[in-house]
Every structure is written in structure tokens, then in C-alpha cells.
Design a protein. Structure first.
Lengths: 276, 262
């Protein structure tokens, strides 16, 4: 029997991301669910609290530029070799988004606390940085096992929804993540997890000794939608390359507010795209 | 160059690119290291780490993040940070849109936070790795007063900490397009170690917005030896092209610029 988890279409999937949700997405090389992200923009999502785990690129910039984001939390938004993230920079400059700047291991630490069901995680570093100065969810505590050892406590981060794309799921709703273990952490920590995948297999991935250890059990998965080339224009390890021409076009158009409207019309809102 | 005189024929003619001088200079800072990790978008530090590895007869572990053909991690997330937290990484590289005289680094932006007039990507792992990796080498090619400021606008990661703060790591040196600084953690100041060939102390002073210590006699950064250059061009160039194909193509003229591996 095929699980209820399997078989959503993209529009069903993104309806599970309400306005104002704390939405967590993985870093670019873990493959963002770009097709679902475009569906989310078409749904006119608003006031999202976007948690990038721990960084993002095009996916976050696109959501920001489309006006879906109220707060960005994470340790970096970059377009890598293409340059600075254009919409992120513009929205920060114009005071149109709130920021919760962090450092990579603090994002993981917060998710690890949520994964374990504990209120915070202690971690090294951070003391004396302005990151800590601007965060009310970071505070210095004393190591209870030492005399004088201040250590940073990072409050648990529990996203409402995690959204990501991977190559493979099975019909039971188990989702393979490969070496991208942060996706497993993300699923464990989040209230709901939505995945898009290239392919859905019949056999149970958890029974396979090779796939099993790198597979998120369906207990953590809310819904899976099949989306061929669902990470495009990002690349997907072992499947397809990043579309560098598209990135160049994005950088050109997203540099201005008007250009961004053009981009969204052309690649997100136009009818042909809606079929994806 | 004209087909030479006797003088020119007797003397080794070594032309090198500015990048090659920086690679050699950074590699020298890695002597004796067991494990160096290199972050994303760091082609010169990455090349330097590979050169240091070659010079150490391979007896050095180099972990380049974003390298496609030679994976060293089984996890794309916390593994690097946990590894560093345990002291398993001896050296790492950080940069900064701004760096000040106390080695505070700013990767966030220019102006009053949060709504800064210039916003950069963000702090990434700096606020952690700067504390736990013993030999953090600051690398910033652009040497201007825009970068080397009296005081950073935002401290992504502080250069020094109070004595009771757990901090086995911190700044070790700063390499720029003009010179090499060392960092004195007790004095909390940079010290000029050497000025690159073709540049002067005055140029360094004019382009640095903070105060630093200057030795009585300022050394010149040694130029790459011919054997080292050969090693860079024959071996390092090929290896670094895996993670940095564009850089390898531009500086060494090798590889497949448009052929990013899947």
C-alpha cells in the first residue's frame, strides 16, 4: 500500500506552509526544493520566518525578492561565485526584512536541541561577537562542571516546516538524503517536513543496508511530492548540473526591483511554469 | 623578453604571478600542520594548503570544502565544526569585508546594523572556528583602508577574548596583496613581518587604517623558488582545479572552466 504521505502535487505541498510559518531550508549544495519554492511564491506566501540551515543562496534570495519573507535567520546568504545576493542586499538596505544573523554551528546547535527535545544547547565560540549581542536567544551561562568557564547557550530552533529536495523516496514515505545529514537533523527538529524528490521507488529504502542509514524514516515526513528536476536551476549531486546561464540571468534581472518583477513573471508566474 | 644576453642566460629567469607569491607565502605559514581545512571561495588558501601538503611529502591532511572529486566528509553539516571543536583541525582561513587592528573580522556589512548600506553574505562559521582552530590565517588580497579599518562596523568574530573564555584558537597571521603581518595575541596587535616584492612600507602604511608594530628592519617576502613554482604549476594547479575550476583556468590556464562536475 502506498502511504498517504506520497503523491501530493506541488500546490498541495506548499499549502502546508502557512503565512508566518517558520520555514527551514537547507544550504544550496544540499539541493533546495526550487520547484516547490516557485509554487510557494505563486501561492503568494507572506511573512515567512525563513531559517537557512545554515546558509542559502538563490532559494532564499528569490523568496525575499518575491516579498514572501519577513525575517531571515541564518549565517549567510550568498550567490557564491556569482556574487552577493541581490534581493537580500536590497531588502536589508531598505529595512524591509528583519535579521537574525548567526554562525553555522549555532544554527545546527539550535536544531540539535530541538531534535533532542531540550530547551537549549551549549556551544563554544560566539562570546564577544556582535552576533550574540543582537540575539536574545543566545545567552552566556556558566559551565556547571567548572569554576570559571563561560559558555554560550543557544535556544532550541524548532521550525514549523522544513522543505527540501532529494533524489529519492519510497512509496512508504521514507526519504533518502545521501551524505546530506543536515536534512535528517532538519526533519528531526521540525514540526513538519515536506520533501520533493526526483523518483519514488517501490521497495522500502530502510530495508536496504546501503540506503537505509541515509534515509529519513516516514515518521518525520509530512508529505512528499515528485518533482523531476525539482532543484533546477540548482544542481543535484549525481543527477544534473547547476544551470549557470540561468544564474547569470537571475543576477542580471534581480539587481533591480523592476528586473525582479520581470524575472518572476518569466520564470515563476508564467503559465507554462505552473505545470511543473 | 628579448632573446637574452649572456647575463640573462646565466641567471634563472623566474616570472611568477602575484597569486603564486601569495600561495607560497601562505603555504609557509602551514609548516608543521597536521590538518588544514579550507572554506568555500578560497582558491589561494586552497592552493597554498595543497602546496604545503606537497612540500610536506604528503604528510598533511587537507580538507577543501566544496571539493567534488575528493570527498573527505561523510556529512555536509556539523562534522567540520565538531572536528574543529575537538582540536582535530590545526589551521583554517578566514577573510573579512573589514578587519581591524585587534583582528576583529566583519563579514556582515558596512554601516549601522541591521539595515546596513552595504550588506555582505554573513558570518558563516567564523564566530566559532576563530575560537577553536589554533592557527587561523586571515587572508584578504585587497589591501586598502576600506578593508583594514580602525574598528569594524560589526564583529562577526572577535580577534581576542577575555582570559577566562575558552579559546585555544585565534588569529595567527594576516596575508594581503601587499604584505604579511603576524598577530601578537598578548599585545592584541599586528606586527609587520614582510613586504611583498615591488611594494614598500609606505604603501602598506598608507593603505592600512589601523596601527601596527613595525620591526627595525622590514624584510621582503621571499619570492617563490623555481622548484616550488614548478610544483605549483605541475601539481597544485591540477589538484585545485577540482574545487576551483575558474581560478585554475585564469591563473594557471588549465582545466575545464565550464565543466563543473555534477
Amino acid at each position: 500500500m502506498t502511504s498517504q504521505i506520497i503523491g501530493s502535487d506541488l500546490d498541495d505541498l506548499v499549502r502546508r506552509i502557512p503565512n508566518g510559518a517558520k520555514l527551514a531550508i537547507p544550504k544550496t549544495d544540499c539541493a533546495g526544493a526550487m520547484a516547490a519554492t516557485r509554487a510557494l511564491i505563486r501561492r503568494k506566501a507572506q511573512n515567512l520566518h525563513l531559517i537557512v540551515v545554515p546558509t542559502s543562496g538563490l532559494q532564499a534570495d528569490l523568496l525575499i525578492g518575491a516579498g514572501c519573507v519577513e525575517t531571515v535567520e541564518g549565517s549567510g546568504i550568498t550567490m557564491g561565485e556569482y556574487g552577493q545576493a541581490p534581493c537580500f542586499g536590497r531588502f536589508v538596505r531598505e529595512g524591509r526584512i528583519k535579521l537574525k544573523d548567526s554562525t553555522c554551528p549555532a544554527v545546527y546547535a539550535g536544531l540539535q536541541a530541538a531534535e533532542k527535545g531540550i530547551p537549549f544547547m551549549p556551544m563554544r565560540g560566539l562570546i564577544g561577537s556582535d552576533l550574540a549581542a543582537y540575539r536574545d536567544d543566545y545567552t552566556i551561562m556558566s559551565n556547571p562542571f567548572a569554576d570559571d568557564d563561560p559558555i554560550m547557550a543557544v535556544r532550541a530552533i524548532q521550525p514549523d516546516v522544513a522543505l527540501f529536495h532529494t533524489p529519492l523516496a519510497d512509496r512508504h514515505g521514507n526519504v533518502w538524503v545521501g551524505r546530506h545529514k543536515p536534512l535528517m537533523l532538519l526533519a528531526h527538529a521540525s514540526k513538519e517536513t515536506l520533501a520533493t524528490v526526483e523518483e519514488v521507488r517501490e521497495d522500502n529504502l530502510l530495508d536496504d543496508p546501503v540506503y537505509g542509514p541515509a534515509t529519513i524514516p516516514s515518521i518525520y515526513i509530512t508529505a512528499v511530492a515528485q518533482a523531476a528536476r525539482g532543484a533546477w536551476p540548482l544542481g543535484l549531486t549525481g543527477h544534473y548540473r547547476e544551470d549557470s546561464e540561468h544564474f547569470a540571468e537571475y543576477m542580471r534581472l534581480a539587481a533591480t526591483e523592476g528586473g525582479m518583477v520581470d524575472y518572476l513573471d518569466r520564470h515563476v508566474r508564467r503559465v507554462g511554469v505552473a505545470a511543473e | 623578453m628579448s632573446a637574452g644576453s649572456a647575463l640573462q642566460r646565466n641567471k634563472p629567469i623566474v616570472d611568477y604571478a602575484p597569486e603564486e607569491l601569495l600561495i607560497v607565502t601562505v603555504a609557509r605559514l602551514l609548516e608543521g600542520i597536521r590538518h588544514v581545512a579550507v572554506g568555500t571561495a578560497s582558491p589561494i588558501p586552497g592552493s597554498a594548503a595543497l602546496l604545503a601538503q606537497a612540500l610536506a611529502g604528503g604528510d598533511m591532511r587537507v580538507s577543501i570544502l566544496g571539493s567534488r572529486e575528493s570527498q573527505v566528509w561523510s556529512d555536509t553539516g556539523v562534522e567540520l565544526f565538531d572536528c574543529a571543536g575537538q582540536g582535530r583541525i590545526d589551521a583554517f582561513f578566514l577573510g573579512g569585508g573589514q578587519i581591524d587592528g585587534q583582528a576583529n573580522i566583519n563579514l556582515v556589512g558596512v554601516g549601522d546594523y541591521p539595515h546596513q548600506k552595504v550588506r555582505w553574505a554573513g558570518s558563516f562559521g567564523s564566530a566559532y572556528l576563530y575560537f577553536v582552530v589554533p592557527r587561523v590565517i586571515l587572508f584578504r588580497e585587497e589591501h586598502t583602508r576600506r578593508v583594514f579599518v580602525p574598528k569594524v562596523d560589526f564583529i562577526s568574530a572577535p580577534g581576542t577574548s577575555a582570559p577566562n573564555v575558552y579559546r585555544p584558537g585565534g588569529p595567527w597571521a594576516l596575508v594581503t596583496g601587499l604584505c604579511l603581518f603576524g598577530f601578537d595575541r598578548d599585545k592584541r596587535r599586528f606586527r609587520l613581518e614582510s613586504v611583498h616584492p615591488g611594494h614598500t612600507l609606505e604603501e602598506v602604511r598608507d593603505n592600512t587604517g589601523f596601527d601596527f608594530d613595525i620591526p627595525d628592519r622590514v624584510a621582503e617576502t621571499p619570492a617563490p623558488a623555481p622548484g616550488t613554482l614548478a610544483l605549483i604549476r605541475d601539481r597544485v594547479a591540477v589538484e585545485v582545479a577540482d574545487a576551483y575550476p575558474h581560478f585554475a583556468k585564469r591563473v594557471f590556464g588549465i582545466g575545464r572552466e565550464t565543466e563543473a562536475a555534477i
